[in-house]
Design a binder for this molecule. Structure first.
Ligand SMILES: Nc1ncnc2c1ncn2[C@@H]1O[C@H](COP(=O)(O)OP(=O)(O)OP(=O)(O)O)[C@@H](O)[C@H]1O
Ligand SMILES: O=P(O)(O)OC[C@H]1O[C@H](OP(=O)(O)OP(=O)(O)O)[C@H](O)[C@@H]1O
Ligand SMILES: [Mg+2]
Length: 325
């Protein structure tokens, strides 16, 4: 028996729910034999895969060390927890959930501090006046250091926060914070404001590949199968299938439909009887249906697609290019 292929997914909360739903939509059903508290699972139909349920930050560390081949975690955690992340892991695809910004936020009462440059000015004054450096509460220690350094700010000190970071300024344990925000509600409730140029990173959940994992031929084949499902589903989501049949349909008309509505003709132009299958972006469906009828179509039908399998798989191509680098 060869070593299993390890897919690491979040073990709790919205990230877990969204991740399971994402894989299910791609036709990959994750299941835990031992119920909700079991931290090992499988994917139906893929024998050699072990699903490891871990915390989102642990997933970043495991990927960096090669203990998982693929994983789902936030970009913020990848950059915070993995030194030299661009070399050790590859962000294969943003998954469209888990959106959060990592931001620098100061008390709303600091009306003169709008930008990182303003912050630089006050840190120096603060040190002279208080005989200590300004304190930044955060759990994103590495992201904070790199960002402050890129703005030339050195007169500060990090106070590591394990949680409820937004409360630190009011509690008197820090002057400002670096933390994640989605709606901004928690910052506002704590009287804090994001600096105008204070967004360090815009994060979302990503499918991430590890360089250090054991990429045996069998592991590559498993990755290809998983990524093929995901790519086919992603391609299907981008289009609806449009069918019609009318004699006047020709290459010129198809060319116009392509340039005006972004329509593809995956199976080529109309058949001899004028039968036509098109893929159309959802937002252009009505315009396309009107266009086709104006040019002679009696009936235009539209259906949703579950999967569109292409010979080329852009996700697997990206993984292979990364592993070759
Ligand atoms: N409103 C939010 N609150 C917390 N995390 C969010 C939010 N929106 C998106 N995320 C993302 O979810 C990930 C963190 O998930 P989670 O809190 O489950 O992991 P963790 O920090 O490893 O676990 P724990 O909080 O138990 O230490 C990050 O990538 C973060 O950007
Ligand atoms: O901008 P907002 O929409 O207010 O979201 C940001 C807040 O949400 C998260 O906390 P959460 O309540 O999810 O708990 P957690 O820290 O345990 O993840 C995060 O730590 C922030 O505090
Ligand atoms: Mg958390």
């Amino acid at each position: 028996m060869s070593a299993p292929f390890v897919l690491a997914v979040p073990s709790k909360g919205r990230l877990q729910e969204n991740t399971e739903a994402f894989f299910a939509r791609a036709g990959l059903k994750l299941s835990k034999a031992g119920g909700a508290r079991d931290y090992r699972g499988t994917i139906a139909g893929l024998d050699n895969v072990e699903v490891a349920y871990l915390s989102a930050s642990e997933i970043a560390s495991q990927l960096s060390r090669g203990f998982a081949h693929l994983g789902v975690t936030g970009e913020d955690l990848v950059h915070e927890n993995i030194a030299d992340a661009d070399n050790r892991v590859s962000l294969i695809e943003g998954l469209g959930f888990g959106y959060a910004d990592v931001v620098v936020a100061v008390p709303q009462a600091w009306i003169d501090v709008r930008t990182m440059a303003d912050l630089d000015d006050v840190t120096t004054g603060f040190r002279e006046q208080h005989h200590m450096r300004m304190r930044v509460a955060t759990k994103f220690v590495n992201l904070t250091r790199a960002f402050f350094q890129s703005h030339g700010i050195t007169d500060y000190r990090i106070v590591e926060s394990a949680g409820a970071t937004e409360g630190a300024p009011a509690a008197g344990s820090a002057e400002l914070i670096v933390d994640i925000t989605t709606t901004g509600a928690t910052l506002a409730a704590n009287g804090l404001r994001v600096l105008d140029d204070g967004v360090i990173l815009r994060s979302q959940a990503n499918l991430v590949a590890s360089r250090e994992a054991d990429w045996s031929p069998q592991a590559r084949e498993t990755a290809r199968v998983i990524l093929d499902h995901i790519a086919a589903r992603a391609r299907a989501n981008k289009y609806r299938e449009v069918r019609t049949r009318f004699r006047q349909c020709d290459a010129a008309l198809l060319g116009e439909a392509h340039s005006r509505f972004g329509v593809e003709a995956p199976f080529g132009g109309p058949t001899s009887s004028g039968m036509l299958t098109l893929h159309c972006p959802p937002g252009q469906l009505y315009a396309l249906a009107s266009f086709l009828r104006e040019h002679g179509a009696e009936t235009v039908s539209v259906v949703s697609l579950d999967y569109v399998f292409d010979r080329e798989n852009p996700l697997f191509a990206k993984l292979e290019a990364f592993l070759r680098r």
